[in-house]
Design a protein around this ligand. Sequence first.
Ligand code: ADP
Ligand code: ASP
Ligand code: MG
Length: 424
Amino acid sequence: MGRLVLKFGGTSVADIERIRNVARHVAREAAAGHEVAVVVSAMSGTTDQLVGWVNEAAASGGANTVSKDMKEYDAVVASGEQVTAGLLAIVLQSMGLKARSWAGWQVPMLTSDAHGAARILDADCSDMIAAMADGQVAVMAGFQGLSSNGRITTLGRGGSDTSAVALAAALEAKCDIYTDVDGVYTTDPRIEPKARKVGRISYEEMLELASQGAKVLQTRSVELAMVHKVPLQVRSSFESPESENQNREDGTGPGTLVCDEEDIVEQQVVSGIAYSRDEAKVSIRRVKDKPGVSAAVFGPLAEAGVSVDMIVQNVSADGDTANITFTVANKDIERAMEVIEGAKQDIGFLELEASKGVSKVSVIGIGMRSHAGVAAVMFKTLADKGINIQAITTSEIKISVLIDEDYTELAVRVLHEAYGMEAA
Ligand code: ADP
Ligand code: ASP
Ligand code: MG
Protein backbone atom coordinates (compact mmCIF):
# COMPACT_ATOMS: atom_id res chain seq x y z
CA MET A 1 0.00 0.00 0.00
CA GLY A 2 2.98 2.26 0.17
CA ARG A 3 4.23 4.76 2.67
CA LEU A 4 2.11 7.41 4.30
CA VAL A 5 3.06 10.46 6.38
CA LEU A 6 0.41 11.72 8.81
CA LYS A 7 0.92 15.10 10.48
CA PHE A 8 -0.99 16.23 13.57
CA GLY A 9 -1.03 19.88 14.69
CA GLY A 10 -1.07 21.35 18.19
CA THR A 11 -4.80 21.18 18.91
CA SER A 12 -4.90 17.58 17.70
CA VAL A 13 -2.34 16.55 20.37
CA ALA A 14 -3.42 19.01 23.08
CA ASP A 15 -3.73 16.36 25.81
CA ILE A 16 -3.32 12.61 26.36
CA GLU A 17 -6.93 11.91 25.36
CA ARG A 18 -6.36 13.61 22.00
CA ILE A 19 -3.04 11.81 21.56
CA ARG A 20 -5.00 8.56 22.02
CA ASN A 21 -7.38 9.72 19.31
CA VAL A 22 -4.41 10.44 17.03
CA ALA A 23 -3.05 6.95 17.76
CA ARG A 24 -6.34 5.48 16.50
CA HIS A 25 -5.94 7.31 13.17
CA VAL A 26 -2.40 5.90 12.97
CA ALA A 27 -3.57 2.40 13.87
CA ARG A 28 -6.25 2.53 11.15
CA GLU A 29 -3.71 3.41 8.45
CA ALA A 30 -1.24 0.79 9.69
CA ALA A 31 -4.00 -1.85 9.71
CA ALA A 32 -4.85 -0.89 6.11
CA GLY A 33 -1.32 -1.97 5.20
CA HIS A 34 0.52 1.36 4.98
CA GLU A 35 4.02 1.89 6.29
CA VAL A 36 3.31 4.87 8.51
CA ALA A 37 5.43 7.81 9.63
CA VAL A 38 3.81 10.42 11.88
CA VAL A 39 4.91 14.02 12.38
CA VAL A 40 3.68 15.80 15.48
CA SER A 41 3.55 19.41 16.68
CA ALA A 42 3.93 20.50 20.28
CA MET A 43 0.76 20.42 22.40
CA SER A 44 -1.22 23.61 21.66
CA GLY A 45 0.06 26.61 23.61
CA THR A 46 3.39 24.95 24.39
CA THR A 47 5.48 26.71 21.74
CA ASP A 48 4.02 30.10 22.74
CA GLN A 49 4.93 29.38 26.34
CA LEU A 50 8.48 28.35 25.43
CA VAL A 51 8.94 31.48 23.27
CA GLY A 52 7.62 33.56 26.20
CA TRP A 53 10.15 32.02 28.57
CA VAL A 54 13.01 32.69 26.16
CA ASN A 55 11.99 36.35 25.83
CA GLU A 56 11.63 36.68 29.59
CA ALA A 57 15.06 35.15 30.16
CA ALA A 58 16.66 37.40 27.54
CA ALA A 59 15.03 40.51 29.05
CA SER A 60 16.41 39.81 32.51
CA GLY A 61 19.45 41.94 31.64
CA GLY A 62 17.13 44.95 31.63
CA ALA A 63 17.75 45.76 27.98
CA ASN A 64 14.96 47.54 26.13
CA THR A 65 15.25 45.63 22.90
CA VAL A 66 15.45 41.94 23.61
CA SER A 67 18.25 40.35 21.63
CA LYS A 68 18.88 36.70 22.21
CA ASP A 69 21.09 33.85 21.14
CA MET A 70 18.91 32.19 18.50
CA LYS A 71 20.78 28.89 18.86
CA GLU A 72 19.52 28.67 22.43
CA TYR A 73 16.07 29.92 21.36
CA ASP A 74 15.92 26.89 19.06
CA ALA A 75 17.23 24.54 21.76
CA VAL A 76 14.32 25.64 23.96
CA VAL A 77 11.41 25.97 21.52
CA ALA A 78 12.18 22.68 19.71
CA SER A 79 11.58 20.78 22.94
CA GLY A 80 7.76 20.85 22.74
CA GLU A 81 7.65 18.54 19.73
CA GLN A 82 9.96 16.02 21.39
CA VAL A 83 7.48 15.59 24.23
CA THR A 84 4.54 14.78 21.93
CA ALA A 85 6.62 12.43 19.76
CA GLY A 86 7.58 10.38 22.82
CA LEU A 87 4.04 10.41 24.22
CA LEU A 88 2.51 9.23 20.95
CA ALA A 89 5.08 6.43 20.66
CA ILE A 90 4.18 5.29 24.18
CA VAL A 91 0.43 5.34 23.42
CA LEU A 92 0.96 3.41 20.17
CA GLN A 93 3.02 0.80 22.03
CA SER A 94 0.29 0.50 24.65
CA MET A 95 -2.11 -0.33 21.78
CA GLY A 96 0.19 -3.13 20.66
CA LEU A 97 1.83 -1.36 17.72
CA LYS A 98 5.57 -1.18 17.22
CA ALA A 99 6.62 2.47 17.39
CA ARG A 100 9.53 4.76 18.23
CA SER A 101 10.12 8.49 18.37
CA TRP A 102 12.62 10.32 16.15
CA ALA A 103 14.01 13.73 17.06
CA GLY A 104 14.96 15.89 14.07
CA TRP A 105 18.67 15.28 14.69
CA GLN A 106 18.18 11.52 14.85
CA VAL A 107 16.72 11.25 11.34
CA PRO A 108 18.61 13.57 10.58
CA MET A 109 16.61 16.43 9.04
CA LEU A 110 19.50 18.59 7.85
CA THR A 111 18.81 22.32 7.69
CA SER A 112 20.48 25.65 7.07
CA ASP A 113 21.82 27.45 10.15
CA ALA A 114 19.23 30.27 9.97
CA HIS A 115 18.09 29.69 13.55
CA GLY A 116 14.41 30.40 14.15
CA ALA A 117 13.60 30.10 10.43
CA ALA A 118 15.85 27.34 9.11
CA ARG A 119 15.28 25.68 5.75
CA ILE A 120 15.39 21.93 5.28
CA LEU A 121 18.26 21.03 2.95
CA ASP A 122 18.21 17.26 3.01
CA ALA A 123 16.64 14.38 4.90
CA ASP A 124 18.60 11.16 5.18
CA CYS A 125 15.87 8.71 6.10
CA SER A 126 17.63 5.38 5.52
CA ASP A 127 17.39 4.23 9.16
CA MET A 128 13.76 5.28 9.36
CA ILE A 129 12.93 3.49 6.12
CA ALA A 130 14.48 0.28 7.47
CA ALA A 131 12.53 0.57 10.73
CA MET A 132 9.27 1.24 8.87
CA ALA A 133 9.83 -1.74 6.56
CA ASP A 134 10.14 -3.79 9.75
CA GLY A 135 6.63 -2.72 10.78
CA GLN A 136 7.59 0.04 13.19
CA VAL A 137 5.63 3.29 13.16
CA ALA A 138 8.07 6.24 13.00
CA VAL A 139 6.96 9.21 15.11
CA MET A 140 9.00 12.27 14.22
CA ALA A 141 9.11 15.53 16.15
CA GLY A 142 8.09 18.24 13.70
CA PHE A 143 9.47 21.79 13.51
CA GLN A 144 13.06 20.81 14.33
CA GLY A 145 16.24 19.97 12.45
CA LEU A 146 20.00 19.87 12.65
CA SER A 147 22.41 22.45 11.23
CA SER A 148 25.74 21.54 9.63
CA ASN A 149 27.52 22.68 12.78
CA GLY A 150 25.60 20.24 14.91
CA ARG A 151 23.07 22.58 16.51
CA ILE A 152 19.30 22.11 16.86
CA THR A 153 17.33 24.39 14.52
CA THR A 154 13.63 25.21 14.10
CA LEU A 155 11.74 25.91 10.89
CA GLY A 156 9.67 28.97 11.81
CA ARG A 157 6.19 29.02 13.35
CA GLY A 158 3.87 26.45 11.84
CA GLY A 159 6.95 24.54 10.63
CA SER A 160 5.71 21.04 11.43
CA ASP A 161 3.75 21.14 8.17
CA THR A 162 7.07 21.59 6.38
CA SER A 163 8.69 18.78 8.37
CA ALA A 164 5.86 16.49 7.26
CA VAL A 165 6.06 17.38 3.57
CA ALA A 166 9.87 17.13 3.56
CA LEU A 167 9.64 13.72 5.19
CA ALA A 168 6.99 12.61 2.69
CA ALA A 169 9.23 13.76 -0.19
CA ALA A 170 12.19 11.82 1.24
CA LEU A 171 10.06 8.71 1.85
CA GLU A 172 8.24 9.05 -1.50
CA ALA A 173 5.04 8.98 0.51
CA LYS A 174 1.65 10.66 0.41
CA CYS A 175 1.13 13.29 3.10
CA ASP A 176 -2.03 13.84 5.15
CA ILE A 177 -2.13 16.99 7.29
CA TYR A 178 -4.62 16.44 10.13
CA THR A 179 -5.80 19.62 11.80
CA ASP A 180 -8.77 21.21 13.59
CA VAL A 181 -10.71 21.93 10.37
CA ASP A 182 -11.81 19.29 7.87
CA GLY A 183 -10.09 20.87 4.88
CA VAL A 184 -9.13 24.09 3.15
CA TYR A 185 -12.01 26.56 3.05
CA THR A 186 -12.75 29.49 0.74
CA THR A 187 -11.64 31.66 3.66
CA ASP A 188 -10.82 31.23 7.35
CA PRO A 189 -13.99 29.59 8.76
CA ARG A 190 -13.32 31.31 12.09
CA ILE A 191 -13.99 34.67 10.42
CA GLU A 192 -16.66 33.68 7.93
CA PRO A 193 -18.92 30.84 9.10
CA LYS A 194 -20.38 30.70 5.58
CA ALA A 195 -16.98 29.69 4.16
CA ARG A 196 -17.18 26.57 2.01
CA LYS A 197 -14.83 23.61 2.06
CA VAL A 198 -13.11 23.08 -1.28
CA GLY A 199 -12.59 19.53 -2.54
CA ARG A 200 -9.43 20.33 -4.48
CA ILE A 201 -7.11 23.29 -4.71
CA SER A 202 -4.04 23.75 -6.89
CA TYR A 203 -0.56 23.98 -5.38
CA GLU A 204 -0.22 27.49 -6.80
CA GLU A 205 -3.43 28.78 -5.24
CA MET A 206 -2.62 27.14 -1.92
CA LEU A 207 0.82 28.73 -2.03
CA GLU A 208 -0.68 32.19 -2.49
CA LEU A 209 -3.33 31.58 0.20
CA ALA A 210 -0.68 30.43 2.68
CA SER A 211 1.76 33.21 1.91
CA GLN A 212 -1.01 35.81 2.18
CA GLY A 213 -1.87 34.66 5.69
CA ALA A 214 -4.06 31.50 5.65
CA LYS A 215 -2.42 29.65 8.52
CA VAL A 216 -3.80 26.24 7.63
CA LEU A 217 -0.48 25.27 5.96
CA GLN A 218 2.96 26.82 6.37
CA THR A 219 3.95 28.45 3.05
CA ARG A 220 7.19 26.53 2.76
CA SER A 221 5.36 23.21 3.09
CA VAL A 222 3.25 24.00 0.01
CA GLU A 223 6.34 25.09 -1.91
CA LEU A 224 8.05 21.78 -1.10
CA ALA A 225 4.96 19.76 -1.98
CA MET A 226 4.72 21.54 -5.32
CA VAL A 227 8.39 21.03 -6.19
CA HIS A 228 8.49 17.38 -5.14
CA LYS A 229 4.95 16.59 -6.32
CA VAL A 230 3.90 15.30 -2.91
CA PRO A 231 0.19 14.43 -2.89
CA LEU A 232 -1.10 16.52 0.01
CA GLN A 233 -4.41 16.30 1.83
CA VAL A 234 -5.71 18.58 4.59
CA ARG A 235 -8.24 16.77 6.81
CA SER A 236 -9.71 16.70 10.30
CA SER A 237 -8.24 14.82 13.24
CA PHE A 238 -11.51 15.27 15.13
CA GLU A 239 -13.68 13.13 12.89
CA SER A 240 -13.98 9.66 14.40
CA PRO A 241 -10.90 7.66 13.39
CA GLU A 242 -13.10 4.65 12.70
CA SER A 243 -15.79 6.44 10.67
CA GLU A 244 -16.51 5.12 7.19
CA ASN A 245 -15.76 8.50 5.70
CA GLN A 246 -12.04 8.08 6.48
CA ASN A 247 -11.18 5.75 3.65
CA ARG A 248 -13.05 7.08 0.67
CA GLU A 249 -11.57 5.50 -2.39
CA ASP A 250 -13.31 7.73 -4.97
CA GLY A 251 -10.20 9.89 -5.26
CA THR A 252 -11.73 12.85 -3.44
CA GLY A 253 -10.64 11.97 0.11
CA PRO A 254 -12.48 13.22 3.19
CA GLY A 255 -10.55 16.52 3.24
CA THR A 256 -9.08 18.87 0.64
CA LEU A 257 -6.56 17.61 -1.90
CA VAL A 258 -3.82 20.02 -2.85
CA CYS A 259 -2.94 18.97 -6.38
CA ASP A 260 -1.94 20.00 -9.90
CA GLU A 261 -4.12 22.51 -11.68
CA GLU A 262 -4.92 19.95 -14.40
CA ASP A 263 -6.53 17.67 -11.83
CA ILE A 264 -9.21 20.22 -10.98
CA VAL A 265 -12.36 19.97 -13.03
CA GLU A 266 -14.43 22.87 -11.80
CA GLN A 267 -12.15 25.88 -11.62
CA GLN A 268 -13.53 28.97 -9.87
CA VAL A 269 -12.38 32.46 -10.82
CA VAL A 270 -11.71 33.30 -7.18
CA SER A 271 -10.95 30.25 -5.04
CA GLY A 272 -9.94 31.81 -1.75
CA ILE A 273 -9.63 34.91 0.40
CA ALA A 274 -6.80 35.34 2.89
CA TYR A 275 -5.99 38.05 5.40
CA SER A 276 -2.97 38.99 7.44
CA ARG A 277 -2.83 41.28 10.43
CA ASP A 278 0.92 40.88 10.54
CA GLU A 279 1.47 44.09 8.60
CA ALA A 280 3.00 47.45 9.41
CA LYS A 281 3.22 50.50 7.19
CA VAL A 282 6.06 52.99 6.77
CA SER A 283 5.38 56.32 5.03
CA ILE A 284 8.24 58.52 3.89
CA ARG A 285 6.96 61.95 2.89
CA ARG A 286 8.44 64.51 0.56
CA VAL A 287 11.40 62.60 -0.85
CA LYS A 288 13.17 64.13 -3.85
CA ASP A 289 11.53 62.95 -7.06
CA LYS A 290 14.71 61.91 -8.90
CA PRO A 291 16.45 58.73 -10.07
CA GLY A 292 18.08 56.67 -7.33
CA VAL A 293 15.74 57.54 -4.46
CA SER A 294 13.95 54.17 -4.39
CA ALA A 295 17.33 52.45 -4.45
CA ALA A 296 18.43 54.62 -1.51
CA VAL A 297 15.33 53.48 0.45
CA PHE A 298 15.11 49.80 -0.42
CA GLY A 299 18.82 48.98 -0.77
CA PRO A 300 19.64 49.51 2.93
CA LEU A 301 16.44 47.69 3.97
CA ALA A 302 17.48 44.65 1.93
CA GLU A 303 20.97 44.76 3.43
CA ALA A 304 19.43 44.82 6.89
CA GLY A 305 17.40 41.69 6.04
CA VAL A 306 14.02 43.49 6.18
CA SER A 307 11.60 42.09 3.58
CA VAL A 308 9.32 44.65 2.02
CA ASP A 309 5.94 43.58 0.70
CA MET A 310 3.75 46.32 -0.80
CA ILE A 311 5.18 49.55 -2.22
CA VAL A 312 3.33 52.68 -3.35
CA GLN A 313 4.89 55.86 -4.64
CA ASN A 314 2.93 58.97 -5.51
CA VAL A 315 3.61 62.62 -6.21
CA SER A 316 3.09 64.81 -3.15
CA ALA A 317 0.91 67.90 -3.00
CA ASP A 318 3.71 70.30 -3.96
CA GLY A 319 4.32 68.46 -7.25
CA ASP A 320 8.12 68.48 -6.79
CA THR A 321 8.53 65.70 -4.27
CA ALA A 322 7.11 62.21 -3.85
CA ASN A 323 5.73 60.11 -1.02
CA ILE A 324 6.81 56.49 -0.64
CA THR A 325 4.75 54.04 1.39
CA PHE A 326 5.71 50.42 1.98
CA THR A 327 4.78 47.54 4.28
CA VAL A 328 6.88 45.14 6.33
CA ALA A 329 6.03 42.40 8.86
CA ASN A 330 5.14 43.77 12.31
CA LYS A 331 8.28 42.31 13.84
CA ASP A 332 10.47 44.29 11.42
CA ILE A 333 8.93 47.74 11.88
CA GLU A 334 11.43 49.08 14.46
CA ARG A 335 14.34 47.83 12.40
CA ALA A 336 12.88 49.38 9.22
CA MET A 337 12.50 52.77 10.93
CA GLU A 338 16.09 52.64 12.20
CA VAL A 339 17.37 51.82 8.74
CA ILE A 340 15.45 54.65 7.05
CA GLU A 341 16.50 57.17 9.72
CA GLY A 342 20.08 56.00 9.19
CA ALA A 343 19.81 56.57 5.45
CA LYS A 344 18.14 59.98 5.76
CA GLN A 345 21.10 61.86 4.24
CA ASP A 346 21.05 59.72 1.09
CA ILE A 347 17.25 59.66 0.71
CA GLY A 348 16.53 63.25 1.68
CA PHE A 349 12.99 63.36 3.11
CA LEU A 350 10.94 65.60 5.38
CA GLU A 351 8.78 63.24 7.38
CA LEU A 352 8.84 59.59 8.41
CA GLU A 353 5.89 57.79 9.95
CA ALA A 354 5.18 54.20 11.03
CA SER A 355 1.78 52.69 11.67
CA LYS A 356 0.81 49.24 12.88
CA GLY A 357 -2.97 49.35 12.57
CA VAL A 358 -3.18 47.94 9.05
CA SER A 359 -3.96 44.56 7.57
CA LYS A 360 -3.81 42.95 4.15
CA VAL A 361 -6.72 41.19 2.47
CA SER A 362 -6.08 39.12 -0.66
CA VAL A 363 -8.30 37.39 -3.20
CA ILE A 364 -6.74 34.45 -4.98
CA GLY A 365 -7.69 32.36 -8.00
CA ILE A 366 -6.11 30.83 -11.07
CA GLY A 367 -9.19 31.89 -13.03
CA MET A 368 -7.97 35.50 -12.83
CA ARG A 369 -5.52 34.68 -15.61
CA SER A 370 -8.38 34.47 -18.06
CA HIS A 371 -11.14 36.58 -16.45
CA ALA A 372 -11.15 40.36 -16.37
CA GLY A 373 -12.95 42.39 -13.74
CA VAL A 374 -11.94 40.61 -10.54
CA ALA A 375 -10.08 43.68 -9.26
CA ALA A 376 -12.97 45.98 -10.18
CA VAL A 377 -15.39 43.87 -8.10
CA MET A 378 -12.98 43.97 -5.17
CA PHE A 379 -12.53 47.75 -5.24
CA LYS A 380 -16.25 48.46 -5.69
CA THR A 381 -17.24 46.08 -2.90
CA LEU A 382 -14.83 47.70 -0.46
CA ALA A 383 -15.82 51.21 -1.57
CA ASP A 384 -19.52 50.44 -0.98
CA LYS A 385 -18.66 49.66 2.64
CA GLY A 386 -16.55 52.81 2.98
CA ILE A 387 -13.33 50.82 3.36
CA ASN A 388 -10.36 52.85 2.15
CA ILE A 389 -7.59 51.09 0.21
CA GLN A 390 -4.14 52.29 1.26
CA ALA A 391 -2.03 50.16 -1.09
CA ILE A 392 -2.53 47.51 -3.76
CA THR A 393 -0.35 44.71 -5.12
CA THR A 394 -1.18 42.10 -7.69
CA SER A 395 0.25 38.95 -9.16
CA GLU A 396 -1.10 36.83 -12.00
CA ILE A 397 -3.46 35.00 -9.65
CA LYS A 398 -3.82 37.40 -6.69
CA ILE A 399 -4.92 40.90 -5.72
CA SER A 400 -4.00 42.24 -2.28
CA VAL A 401 -5.13 45.45 -0.63
CA LEU A 402 -3.92 47.16 2.50
CA ILE A 403 -6.72 48.47 4.71
CA ASP A 404 -7.36 49.72 8.24
CA GLU A 405 -7.04 46.72 10.57
CA ASP A 406 -10.45 47.36 12.15
CA TYR A 407 -12.14 46.48 8.84
CA THR A 408 -10.38 43.14 8.31
CA GLU A 409 -13.30 40.87 9.13
CA LEU A 410 -15.87 43.03 7.39
CA ALA A 411 -13.73 43.12 4.23
CA VAL A 412 -13.28 39.34 4.22
CA ARG A 413 -17.02 38.77 4.63
CA VAL A 414 -18.24 41.24 2.02
CA LEU A 415 -15.71 40.02 -0.54
CA HIS A 416 -16.66 36.41 0.18
CA GLU A 417 -20.24 37.31 -0.62
CA ALA A 418 -19.39 39.49 -3.62
CA TYR A 419 -17.61 36.60 -5.35
CA GLY A 420 -20.47 34.21 -4.53
CA MET A 421 -18.28 31.89 -2.52
CA GLU A 422 -20.60 30.98 0.34
CA ALA A 423 -21.89 27.47 0.97
CA ALA A 424 -25.07 26.59 -0.91
P1 ADP B 1 -2.48 23.09 13.40
O1 ADP B 1 -2.27 23.38 14.83
O2 ADP B 1 -3.18 21.80 13.14
O3 ADP B 1 -1.23 23.24 12.58
P2 ADP B 1 -3.36 25.72 12.53
O4 ADP B 1 -4.01 26.52 13.60
O5 ADP B 1 -1.95 26.03 12.20
O6 ADP B 1 -3.54 24.18 12.89
O7 ADP B 1 -4.21 25.82 11.16
C1 ADP B 1 -5.59 25.53 11.18
C2 ADP B 1 -6.38 26.83 11.24
O8 ADP B 1 -6.16 27.58 10.05
C3 ADP B 1 -7.88 26.67 11.26
O9 ADP B 1 -8.37 26.47 12.57
C4 ADP B 1 -8.40 27.96 10.63
O10 ADP B 1 -8.87 28.88 11.58
C5 ADP B 1 -7.18 28.56 9.96
N1 ADP B 1 -7.42 28.91 8.55
C6 ADP B 1 -7.09 30.08 7.97
N2 ADP B 1 -7.48 30.12 6.70
C7 ADP B 1 -8.05 28.93 6.43
C8 ADP B 1 -8.65 28.35 5.25
N3 ADP B 1 -8.71 29.03 4.10
N4 ADP B 1 -9.14 27.10 5.34
C9 ADP B 1 -9.09 26.40 6.49
N5 ADP B 1 -8.54 26.89 7.64
C10 ADP B 1 -8.02 28.14 7.61
N1 ASP C 1 4.88 24.04 17.43
C1 ASP C 1 5.32 24.93 16.37
C2 ASP C 1 4.48 26.21 16.37
O1 ASP C 1 3.58 26.36 17.19
C3 ASP C 1 5.33 24.28 15.03
C4 ASP C 1 3.97 23.79 14.54
O2 ASP C 1 3.05 23.59 15.32
O3 ASP C 1 3.85 23.56 13.34
O4 ASP C 1 4.74 27.09 15.61
MG1 MG D 1 -0.22 24.92 11.78
